[in-house]
Design a binder for this molecule. Structure first.
Ligand code: MG
Length: 372
């Protein structure tokens, strides 16, 4: 299982409806930026991080993989994931320039590729390699119906379709208008459309400040909001802790946290109730498991953020005991050999060996970008 080649790639895949927006981001394509790791006996592992398909920054990630990590990986035993993770993450020169950010996203891709290789070598889907499933039914919640760029009628049509036709009982709606009362009006319409049983989470993508959030949660107190995701600036521990103390709506966050230490800081401060790690922002599956174990030790539910559109998290959520539900965004699934699929609101259990990260060759060909 010696590593013979490290082959980075950049693929830009179009999102649903050509363009979407939340309060902070606008995207037309999702960047699948990562690497193939090829062993001497010809096995290929795929790992990637998720980006906004911004080619200049995507090339920083693949340059880190090609120029900094590949020389540290070639000739190594691919089964020694823990040692290789430490070798890359704690390399003195690399840790000097980045314990988060570009180097961390690049390490995420490498680590996921090594886990994909391990599962393929074992002939098992990742969830089975990790220890089997904790549940028969992993429930999905649908984020793709609630973008801030949708006008109210469009959103309500999509919400009704998701609930009445597709069988979702959980949805997430983006918020973050300059005047939060605009979001209250949209949420009142959604609640009226779906009735009292459907769980509605909301997500402000870090847009608001504490006074705005306090006004918002007061106005939203009768809407039975399931969680309030990323209400404020991603790194602001104190404000999230203050909001968590002041509101009955649980705070959810983690998609912008790079490290185990960052999660520990938020959890220690009592600043979140739903823990949202992401293998594409943490340094891969190795660090994700550390964060999920931390959440378990605090009896907090884990609800991953789908930076890889749930291709990998479906395995982790079927397995890890702190997992509860999982985000569903169907943008890129058709480009994988085994897509993350939802039927009647339940994720299909992956069957193929690996971490469900193998891209279709035709998609890599059609949507691939030059690395330099
Ligand atoms: Mg979010």
């Amino acid at each position: 299982m010696r590593i013979a080649a490290v082959e980075p790639f950049i693929v830009h895949l179009p999102v649903t409806g050509n363009a979407i927006a939340d309060s902070t981001h606008q995207v037309t394509h999702w960047g699948v930026v990562g690497t193939r790791i090829v062993t001497q006996d010809g096995l290929v592992g795929y790992g990637f991080t998720g980006t906004h398909a911004h080619l200049a920054s995507d090339r920083l990630i693949t340059a880190c993989i090609a120029d900094a990590y590949a020389p540290l990986l070639i000739g190594e035993d691919a089964t020694e994931r823990s040692r290789l993770w430490t070798k890359l993450a704690r390399h003195p020169a690399l840790q000097w320039v980045g314990r988060a950010g570009i180097t961390h996203l690049a390490l995420a891709a490498v680590d996921v590729a090594l886990w994909d290789l391990a599962a393929k070598t074992a002939g098992l889907p990742l969830w089975a390699l990790l220890g089997g499933r904790r549940t028969e039914r992993l429930e999905a919640y649908n984020t793709d119906i609630g973008w801030l760029s949708y006008d109210l009628d469009t959103m309500l049509g999509l919400v009704r379709g998701a609930v009445e036709k597709d069988g979702f009982t959980r949805i997430k709606v983006k918020v973050g208008h300059e005047n939060p009362l605009a979001d209250i009006r949209r949420l009142e319409a959604v609640r009226a459309a779906v009735g009292p049983e459907v769980r509605i989470a909301i997500d402000a993508n870090g847009r608001w400040d504490l006074p705005t959030c306090l006004r918002f949660v007061h106005a939203a107190r009768d809407l039975d909001i399931f969680w309030f995701e990323e209400p404020m600036w991603y790194d602001d521990v104190a404000s999230h802790a203050a909001l968590a103390r002041a509101s009955s709506i649980p705070v959810a966050l983690g998609e912008q946290l790079y490290t185990l230490d960052a999660f520990r800081t938020f959890i220690d401060a009592g600043a979140l109730s739903y823990v949202q790690p992401d293998v594409t922002r943490l340094a891969g599956i190795t660090e994700y498991i550390q964060v999920a174990d931390l959440a378990l030790a605090h009896r907090l539910p884990v609800v991953p953020h789908a930076g890889e559109m749930s291709q990998v998290h479906v395995h982790l959520s079927y397995w890890h005991p702190a997992s509860t539900i999982l985000e569903y965004i169907p943008w890129i699934k058709d480009h994988f050999e085994e897509p993350a699929a939802v039927e009647a609101g339940i994720f299909r259990l992956p069957q193929q060996p690996g971490a469900s990260t193998t891209l279709k060759a035709a998609s890599m060909e059609a949507f691939g970008k030059a690395l330099r």
